[in-house]
Design a protein around this ligand. Structure first.
Ligand code: THU
Length: 130
């Protein structure tokens, strides 16, 4: 199954009773494995987690740490863009040339690199004097 199909499938399991905005994400590691995640909300709203965070957690739980592509899909009027926090989470485990494909349920897609989405990111290099 391709990333799109996996993201659409996992989206169905999203737990989003508060926003009614279900998101699915599927990422590919540098070794070619695929991990998926969906958003999981909570009655204490800030405790919810994004689909991208779920996919990253699944990857790391399986002992892998580098992703090269991610596909994110939601029922939105325009391709769903990862939030700022998720961009930072992605940067932790991907290079700037990683492909981020944002999509709608209608099949509209937009692909950008992570570097384009997160210019000037705070990275390990900033900690070099510590
Ligand atoms: N959300 C994601 O899971 N990923 C995104 O890229 C954008 C937003 C979730 C968080 C929350 O559960 C819902 O979508 C509405 O913001």
């Amino acid at each position: 199954m391709c990333l799109k199909e996996q993201a659409l499938k996992v989206r169905e399991n999203a737990y989003a009773p508060y926003s009614n905005f279900k998101v699915g994400a599927a990422l590919r590691t540098e070794g070619g494995d695929v991990y998926t995640g969906c958003n999981v909300e909570n009655v204490a709203y800030p405790e919810g987690t994004c689909a991208e965070a779920g996919a990253i957690a699944a990857m790391v739980a399986n002992g892998q740490k580098r992703l090269t592509a991610i596909y994110i899909v939601a029922d939105a009027p325009k391709p769903v863009s990862p939030c700022g926090g998720c961009r930072q989470k992605l940067i932790e485990f991907a290079d700037g040339d990683a492909q981020v494909t944002m999509a709608t349920l209608d099949g509209v897609e937009k692909t950008m690199t992570l570097g384009e989405l997160m210019p000037g990111a705070f990275t390990e290099e900033h900690l070099e004097n510590t």
